[in-house]
Design a protein around this ligand. Structure first.
Ligand SMILES: Nc1ncnc2c1ncn2[C@@H]1O[C@H](COP(=O)(O)OP(=O)(O)O)[C@@H](O)[C@H]1O
Ligand SMILES: [Mg+2]
Length: 340
């Protein structure tokens, strides 16, 4: 019999990241599809993302996940099917271990299972692991022997907070705060202060470029958009500090959520977290100044990795590779009645 295909999947609202055991590699694709008015698939993944905000009105660019969970089953299934047909990465009938977000309902978890079992992936088995646990492993922590680890995953649409002890989850929480929300706030502030309309893609580029470092130099950056007074496309100079100003309240909310979850932990775990600090994963952890901001606002050490967005999938890699970590993931069984 052919060797089983074994995959670790991190299905994010922004990007899908997959570890393929057979090939021993990781590939990523933006979690996006482009469809025309008849619903036909025009592009998927990175290609579809590149079309975002650039398409004519009869083409729609869809993000099939919302705040960490599957919101558009049909389109995410199409996306998976397309990647399957492309043939280069997926193979049907594999064994999957999937990272599930913090704080999901059974129904939302079941949607991940259904996607892998009842779509063209036709998974033979599906195991589930909490993303926070996968992140901690991806960050190189010995989760099974740690008595208190705090992980914050700053992703595309969510902030996931997890407290882990002895390989298991003690608490977790998911907040609808992520890169996309930040980009909307930047768009709003630019419109309000400059009567200037920019797209979410421009806001994201700006956010990636300047970050949230406390910048009092008066430095400005050039951005393209549409002047709302004259209705014409043009470029404008805006202060780099606008990004930090737009995100001020949201960042304070992040810190508040982190602190209040830490406060809820039992004394023994609490002591360890205050001593060791917190671990930060997710693509947003790359944003210039974010780890430093959290450090200053919480007074805690903030540890991260060079590629924070890859922590979950790196953790999944270890989980599918190593037997002693494998047991941290649990099987999801088929709910036969629903599909009879
Ligand atoms: N260098 C960077 N600076 C700021 N934000 C970044 C940077 N790199 C990635 N991001 C942001 O990280 C988010 C995606 O993180 P990721 O963990 O891959 O998302 P998810 O797992 O939720 O799909 C996006 O909002 C993106 O804008
Ligand atoms: Mg992520």
């Amino acid at each position: 019999m052919a060797k089983h295909h074994v995959y670790g999947i991190d299905l994010g609202s922004y990007e899908i990241k997959v570890y393929d055991l057979e090939k021993d590699n990781i590939w990523t694709e933006k979690n996006v599809v482009a469809v025309d008015s008849s619903g036909a698939l025009l592009a998927v993944g990175d290609h579809a993302f590149a079309m975002y905000e650039k398409t004519p009105p009869d083409i729609e660019v869809v993000f099939p996940m919302h705040e960490g969970v599957i919101s558009d089953f049909q389109h995410i299934q199409d996306l998976l099917q397309y990647l399957l047909d492309a043939g280069s990465t997926f193979a049907a009938g594999g064994e999957y271990t999937i990272a599930v977000p913090a704080d999901v309902t059974e129904l939302e978890k079941r949607a991940f299972f259904d996607l892998l079992v009842h779509s063209s992936a036709k998974a033979r088995s599906v195991k589930v692991i909490e993303r926070g646990v996968a992140d901690a492993i991806g960050l190189g922590l010995d989760v099974q022997r740690s008595d208190g680890v705090f992980v914050a995953n700053f992703g595309g649409e969510t902030l996931e907070l997890s407290v882990i002890a002895a390989g298991g989850l003690v608490f977790n929480q998911r907040l609808p705060i992520g890169g996309r929300v930040m980009d909307r706030l930047i768009v709003e502030r630019v419109r309000h202060h400059y009567n200037f309309l920019i797209g979410l893609t421009t806001a994201e580029k700006l956010r990636m470029k300047v970050g949230i470092k406390d910048d009092r130099s008066g430095r400005t950056v050039k951005i393209a958009g549409r002047d709302l007074l004259y209705g014409v496309p043009t470029v404008k100079q805006i202060p780099a500090s606008l990004v930090r100003a737009s995100l001020k309240d949201l960042l304070e909310q992040c810190v508040e959520a982190i602190m209040s979850l830490i406060e809820r932990t039992p004394p023994e775990i609490h002591r360890i977290i205050l001593n060791d600090g917190i671990y930060v994963a997710g693509g947003l952890a790359r944003m210039t100044g974010l780890p430093q901001y959290i450090n200053r606002a919480t007074g805690l050490h903030v540890h991260t990795s060079r590629k924070p967005e890859m922590c979950s999938v790196r953790g999944l890699e270890q989980i599918v590779k190593l037997e002693e970590l494998n047991e941290l993931a649990y099987s999801m069984e088929e709910d036969t009645e629903r599909w009879a």
